[in-house]
Design a protein around this ligand. Structure first.
Ligand code: ZN
Length: 213
């Protein structure tokens, strides 16, 4: 499996969406991609897209979720709590947009999309609807729950420091060599980039700042 990172379209937020590509199948984590950049990557990789997995409701992760799933003919998957947070303004976007979550994912749920084996891990704390996705038992997409060596902020609507700590403890029980792909990357090209594994559960459970709180 190759993992590409694509910068989200919201300026200055360094949001990292991911495109997973394996054997002609692709899957997106988060939904703030520039449609033309995503389309070009899929064409270059000769890959068919199978869905968008949303880590949480915030604007920098969800920005193009009103158009991308329809445009690519696939579903938007998110927590059962996400739709209400998008509707009540907790997504923090300052424009009028209408989002529609097509399918909700429960904690512990396992699903296969286009050959990718996904395990859903509910990780409230940064927001109530936070989800992490463990793909093929080895690759963990953490959204803003874990941003090595930090965690996401908890002072925004539905943020909860105690819940975040419990969510991290849950993640630290995964195998040490589980690779973490966080929802923000602070060095970026404008073009899709093949990501080298840099962060692991083994390191975060020792060094992450949440362990000292
Ligand atoms: Zn966030």
């Amino acid at each position: 499996m190759n993992v590409y990172t694509l910068k989200g379209v919201v300026p200055d937020y360094f949001q990292a969406g991911y495109v997973l590509v394996d054997k002609g199948s692709a899957l997106c984590v988060d939904c703030a991609f520039d449609p033309s950049v995503l389309r070009a990557l899929l064409k270059e990789q000769n890959a068919t897209l199978h869905g968008f997995l949303l880590t949480h409701c915030h604007f920098d992760h969800v920005w193009n979720a009103d158009v991308l799933p329809r445009e690519f003919g696939v579903k938007l998957y998110a927590s059962p709590l996400t739709q209400a947070l998008l509707d009540d303004g907790s997504w923090l976007g300052n424009v009028d947009k209408e989002f529609h979550v097509d399918e909700t994912l429960q904690d512990g749920q396992k699903l296969n999309l286009g050959g990718f084996e996904i395990e859903v891990i509910a990780t409230p704390g940064h927001t109530a609807d936070g989800l992490c996705f463990l793909v093929d038992g080895q690759y963990l997409f953490t959204g803003d729950t874990v941003l090595p060596p930090y965690v996401g902020r908890t002072d925004l609507p539905t943020g909860d420091e105690i819940a975040l700590k419990a969510s991290c403890q849950k993640l630290w029980r995964l195998p040490d060599d589980t690779v973490i792909y966080p929802g923000h990357v602070y060095r970026f090209d404008d073009q899709p980039k093949l990501v080298k594994p840099r962060h692991t559960v083994g390191r975060e459970k020792v060094t992450n700042v949440i362990n000292k709180r």
